[in-house]
Design a protein around this ligand. Structure first.
Ligand SMILES: Nc1nc2c(c(=O)[nH]1)N[C@H]1C(S)=C(S)[C@@H](COP(=O)(O)OP(=O)(O)OC[C@H]3O[C@@H](n4cnc5c(N)ncnc54)[C@H](O)[C@@H]3O)O[C@H]1N2
Ligand code: MOO
Length: 437
């Protein structure tokens, strides 16, 4: 049995004669991608590591912070001097024995009830556990006086290792490095990370009516926008993009390009030619070269979708082919819904790092017509409302060839499979673009 048929047979209710639900496609793709995950590793310098996937856990070689230190500029003292039941206006006066600076600890002798002037980040002098911020203090010569009731013992002290403890895992294998994670690795003093090699993804557009940029306009033809969108989406994901250009609807050229793509890449993303259109050779060529499924997905936009495996000569692992529909918005929506999570898994991300971003709840400013029985993704603009849920206004033009409303949108309203029409003021789910595209 082919691998595609094999996976299909494990899915309950899989019937590719009917439209497949978005959930069924997800289930299918998570099985398909489980066996084609990047394993080769390389060492990457921290400044080049944004978006890279960790090849192994990072264990803290040190504790961060390495010492107990002050969270405020002020005066460190032994909190046991704070009275338990003092009147509201009680104050404390202490002798200031010296000064502790960040990077220059104070190691002098302390008498009972002595304080030390201390700066944020400076090591806590031995025996002192509480810091009074300087804005509460009156200083007179070597005496500091402050109200007793403004703090409790232990306030404004940061513990050694409260961020990361030496010997503990700091980051997990499969983590995709964010700016925060880069800072965390740097806080451990590590100049680089063990990363999985980047996923190589080839892409090309198909169609005789498509013009390359620089071509003169021609009747009935449109410029190739999809390749630029797909390259942008892949670049944002941190993939190594192999741009194979625009391919004419000619079987020999299509076959040669697909074979080259499979030779050079782990995954292939094409656009156009996957519906049952008469002039398209794309489907036939894909079918000849690979183990393919051509689906109609119960979603809008993005109904036709091809997924398959193209064998590679030099590798036991086939390349995964995603044949996206030609319409420019359908390309983006199918990429976000299916290709992105699949590629994240192939990149070696752990489950949480490959999960789709959480959906935002927002109130629709207008009614939205929707038939139950398919998932719809509508371009919308979300704005914050003070003291209430955010509002989303869906674009008036939702045509799957209309990129301008995709450019203006900051998210996609996700109208789920069983959901019906939405009334103005109803709550809806929104997939926000920020951090995703
Ligand atoms: N009888 C049916 N017709 C169609 C169906 C269907 O189910 N039954 N599905 C429609 C849907 S939905 C879509 S989406 C398209 C997808 O068709 P293809 O994947 O075969 O795409 P094409 O026919 O090649 O192109 C569709 C559309 O997109 C434009 N396009 C294509 N490539 C590019 C590009 N690189 N840059 C910009 N625009 C591109 C192309 O000119 C067409 O207008 O099929 C429907 N039909
Ligand atoms: O995929 Mo099509 O309209 O759903 O663009």
């Amino acid at each position: 049995m082919s691998r595609i048929a094999d996976i299909a047979s494990t899915l309950t209710g899989y019937d590719d004669a009917a439209d497949l639900s978005v959930e069924a496609v997800h289930a299918f793709l998570s099985q398909l991608t489980a066996t084609v995950v990047v394993t080769q590793r390389e060492s990457v310098s921290l400044l080049d590591a944004l978006g890279r996937v960790l090849a192994e856990d990072i264990i803290s070689p040190i504790s961060v912070p390495p010492h107990d230190n002050s969270a405020m500029d002020g005066y460190a003292f032994d909190g046991s001097v704070l009275p338990k039941d003092a009147p509201i206006d009680a104050s404390i006066t202490l002798r200031v024995a010296g000064t502790a600076l960040a990077g220059a600890a104070w190691r002098g002798a302390l008498g009972a009830g002595d304080a030390v002037r201390i700066m944020t980040g400076a090591m806590m002098p031995a025996g002192l556990d509480t810091v009074i911020p300087q804005e509460f203090c009156k200083v007179d010569g070597d005496r500091v006086c402050f109200p007793a009731k403004v703090l409790r013992r232990g306030d404004n002290r940061r513990f050694a290792g409260e961020d990361l403890m030496k010997g503990q895992p700091a980051l997990r294998k499969g983590e995709r490095l964010s700016p925060a994670a880069l800072g965390m690795v740097a806080s451990l003093g590590l100049p680089g990370v063990p990363a999985l090699r980047r996923l190589r993804v080839a892409c090309f557009s198909t169609g005789d009516e498509i013009l390359s940029l620089g071509d003169a306009p021609r009747e009935g033809a449109v410029y190739d926008s999809n390749r630029y969108t797909v390259i942008g989406l892949l670049t944002r994901l941190g993939c190594e993009v192999i741009d194979l250009g625009l391919v004419r609807d000619d079987p020999a050229t299509l076959a040669a390009t697909l074979q080259r793509a499979a030779r050079e890449a782990d995954a292939i993303v094409t656009s156009g030619g996957v519906s049952a259109g008469a002039a398209d050779h794309t489907r036939d060529v894909m079918q000849q070269l690979g183990d393919m499924a051509f689906w109609r997905v119960a979603m809008r936009p993005g109904r036709p979708l091809a997924v398959g495996l193209i064998p590679r000569e030099a590798s036991p692992q086939p390349a995964v082919l995603f044949g996206l529909p030609g319409n420019p918005v359908a390309v983006m929506v199918t990429f976000l819904a299916f290709v992105r999570p699949a590629l994240l898994r192939m990149m070696g991300c752990h489950e949480a790092a490959a999960a789709p971003p959480p959906l935002l709840r927002a109130r629709s400013t207008s009614p939205i017509r929707k038939k139950p029985g398919r998932t719809e993704y509508q371009r919308g603009f979300v704005k914050n409302v003070r003291g209430a849920l955010p509002e989303v206004c869906v674009a008036s033009h939702q045509g799957s060839g209309v990129l301008s409303s995709m450019v203006e949108a900051n998210g996609l309203v996700v109208l789920h499979h069983d959901q019906g029409s939405v009334a103005a003021g109803d709550e809806v789910d929104v997939m926000m673009f920020d951090g995703v595209i």
